[in-house]
Each structure stands twice: as C-alpha cells, then as structure tokens.
Design a protein around this ligand. Sequence first.
Ligand code: FAD
Length: 293
Amino acid sequence: MKPAPFGYRRPGSLTEALSAYADASDAKILAGGQSLIPLLSMRLANVAELIDINGIEELSRITVSGEGVRFGATVRHSDLLSHPQVAAVQPMISAALQHVAHATIRNRGTTVGSIVHADASGEMPTVFALLDGRLTVQSVRGTRELSADELFIGPLETSLAPDEIATEIFVPALPARHGVAFDEIARRHGDYALVGVGVVVGLGPDERITSVRAGYVSVSEVPTVVDLTEVLGDRTSDGLTDEALRAAGELALTHLEPEADIHATAHYRAQLVRVLTGRVVRAAYDDAVARSN
Ligand code: FAD
C-alpha cells in the first residue's frame, strides 16, 4: 500500500528543524521510518508533512564515559550494538537490542525513535524505564529532560508536545556489583516479543542480593518496571529456589496486565511472565557475581 500524499523537509541543523516543526501543522518527525512509514503506508496514520532529522549531524553522536551512555536521535540500533564501549558500560543496552527486530531494521531504526514511539511491545522503552534513562527534548520554547514515568502516559502515547523533538538519551552506567540479563519469547526470532523481561540485580557482601528490578515487555499498556527486592532481597545463589523465583513472578503479575491477541492467550502470557522472571533473575544474579569477582 502507498501512503497518502505528504510534504517533506530535510533540515540541515537542529535549529532549522525546531523552527520548521514549530511552524508546521500536523507534521511528524521522521527518524528511521521503521514504524512511521509502515503506519503511513497502511494508512493507519496520516500527516501533512514529514520533517526528516537524518541530515542533522549533531544527532548522530554516541558518547560513552564512566557515567553512562549518551546517544542522539539518529543513532541506529545497530550503531549502539556495534559500538566497542557501550556493552562494557551498560550491558543491558546490547542484551536487549539483540532482540529488536532483524538486522536490516536495526540498521535503519533509531533507539530514540523506538523509545518515543512508546510501544510497550518494544524492548527499548522498557529498558529506558528499567535503567532510569533520561530523554532530552527540545523545541523553540526551550529544553527539558524527562524520565520514563514522565514520558510514557499511555499506549503509544507520550508527553511530548507537538513541537518537541527528542534529541538525545542518557542511560547511566551499570553500577559496580550489579549484573543484568534480558530474555524474551517470540514466535520467530526478530518478531515482537510475546513477553520479554530484563532484570538488574545488585549485590552486597557475601554475594547477597540488595536489589532486583525487572522490566517487562508486551504485558502492559506502558513499559512497566517491578521491584522484586521484597521477595528476593538478602538471598544468595542457594536462596534463589524455584519457590522464591515463582513468588517473584507472582509479584510481578500483580503489576502487569497480560492480554490475549492473535499470537497468545492472556493465560499463556502470564505463564511466560512466571517462567521468564525466574530464568532472567537467575541469569542476572550469575552476571552480577561474575562482574563482582
Ligand atoms: P520512526 O518510524 O521514524 O518514528 C516512529 C515515531 O516516533 C513517529 O511517530 C515519529 O514521528 C516519532 N519520532 C521518531 N523520532 C523522533 C524524535 N527524535 N523526536 C520526536 N518524535 C520522534 N521494534 C522493537 O522494539 N522490537 C521489535 O521486535 C521490532 N520488530 C520490528 C519488525 C519490523 C518488521 C519492523 C518494520 C519494525 C520493528 N520494530 C521493532 C520497530 C523498530 O525498532 C523501529 O526502529 C522503532 O520502532 C522506531 O524507530 P524509528 O527510528 O524507525 O522511528
């Protein structure tokens, strides 16, 4: 199918893009186009004008430091995956990105675009929430920074104003004595997850758990993070029994709303939450132990 006719502008600077976006009515930002172009082509969305940000050099940067990873709005999923230091500073980014779509889509789709698209079936909105990321948005009126709680307000809905462009994201580094893991079940590799789970575990002395946070994909209307520390805190490897991990999955389910669709029943999704929570907590714990030694 073909989209309805629309106007197209490709500004060469952020200043130009911000004023074009402020002046336009019924315009949308075009980043990687991997969600927007299918929506336009299927006529599920309509725009008067696309403002293509791909010619703005300053939005294509990745900066990695001991503090964390900062990346601009035109950085592709594949740029982050292939960056030599990103996985060392914040391994959750790479662990989750490997599950995002197929290589061809990762070569074009942007991670910032995926997060502001705010699809709770996407891996990176959940990872942004789980890692306490910060999104910078700019307009001709100024700049502001948003957390996940401030950004995600409903299914595919964010608090961005119609003239605001997301310019970059900052994700803090993984703290010492912490570990991560991400896993998901999809019908085929590269499909959207039926359920996905990312976990960050923190350890104290004697390899005892001090914190466990889990982020869930495809089981809620907005990306959802659940603190599992009350069930799993103070445990060591031996304490991560089947019973404790099952209790963690049940706790998670009290915060989630698994729903049925053509791919899976709600019951099956709930069962995947239980199984994946246990599996991914265990893997994140082992990762934390390995990173602490
Ligand atoms: P675009 O499509 O360009 O934009 C998406 C939306 O965000 C638009 O509304 C646009 O206006 C807005 N937007 C984008 N950037 C900005 C910005 N800087 N400021 C303000 N608004 C902005 N994603 C997954 O997470 N997991 C998957 O398994 C997965 N599988 C896929 C399979 C297929 C076949 C396809 C086609 C896509 C898949 N995707 C998947 C989506 C992919 O990850 C996209 O890259 C992502 O959803 C959107 O990023 P984009 O850069 O392509 O954004």
